[in-house]
Write a protein that binds this ligand. Sequence first.
Ligand code: IPD
Ligand code: CA
Ligand code: CA
Length: 320
Amino acid sequence: MPGGGRMLVMSELIRLDQDTTATDPQGPQKELSGRSPDDLRNIAATVASEAADHVRGERAFAVGSSGRLDVEDTKSSDVDPVTAIDRSSENLIRIRLHELTDRGAGPDPILGEEDGGALADSGVTWVVDPVDGTVNLVYGIPASAVSIAACVDGVPVAGAVADIFHGTVYSACAGGDVVTRVDGDERVIEGTVQTSLQQLSMALVGTGFSYVSSRRRAQADLLVDLLPEIRDIRRMGSAALDLCAVATGRLDAYYEHGLGPWDYAAGTLIAARSGAVVFMPSLVSGQDEGVGILAAAPGITDELAEKVLAVTLPLSKGHP
Ligand code: IPD
Ligand code: CA
Ligand code: CA
């Protein structure tokens, strides 16, 4: 068993697909304080788009003749960078969400990767990754995004992922279409998940790796077993964009263990509303436990889930 993680009971994971993300008027809707899921999708798309413009502009301004962005700080390990732009992007997002969600009784709470916060017990909490793909942003590899999701009870009800380098904003909400926004023009996307794919051997699968080397070793062991069974693997460096790639058919599946809630809150809903099958831990679960998430074309989900979700890859104590 790669990494020696305990066996995972699949029922511990939440399944998101087109049926389970259909609007339930008795469920999350009553928690939205009079707003529809589409109102929340609009807020997420607007703010993510503004933050992506900010990040693009700031990077162009700040980058030196080396083409690299300065790293201000590190987080979980020496290779987990924080730049001034991660912080200024989150600051902008917090200000805009406060403005757009304050209906007199105070704004909705926010959980952000850089400034923290917590998921509220009731009502909407906004879960924010101000730059997903910071290493790519530092190196100038064009795969970074802003991810913003409105979440209730540990699951997303609306969300947006804004591709920083290419300008596209992907968004979705419970019961709604998946929408792309380019230069302010919105377009519904449908039929892009590869529903005819039945063979895992033909699947192009995305994944990602932790910043912590002990978990990386377990992830590598898992990959050694999987790679001979699939078409090929891609490691692009932004979990949020990987999930959008499943939604738009540029990947057949994506999995990773030990993500933070900000990495997958918006992207999982976008993939599920596109017709992918998603298994994810509740957004309240901790990263250290190393639970996996999977988004896949329906015909290969069960086989892939057996291979990648059967284990968790927890961090060892005092991890190197
Ligand atoms: C990271 C990216 C990467 C994934 C890592 C994440 P960050 O987010 O999504 O693709 O493999 O697990 O931590 O640090 O760039 O926001
Ligand atoms: Ca991230
Ligand atoms: Ca981040």
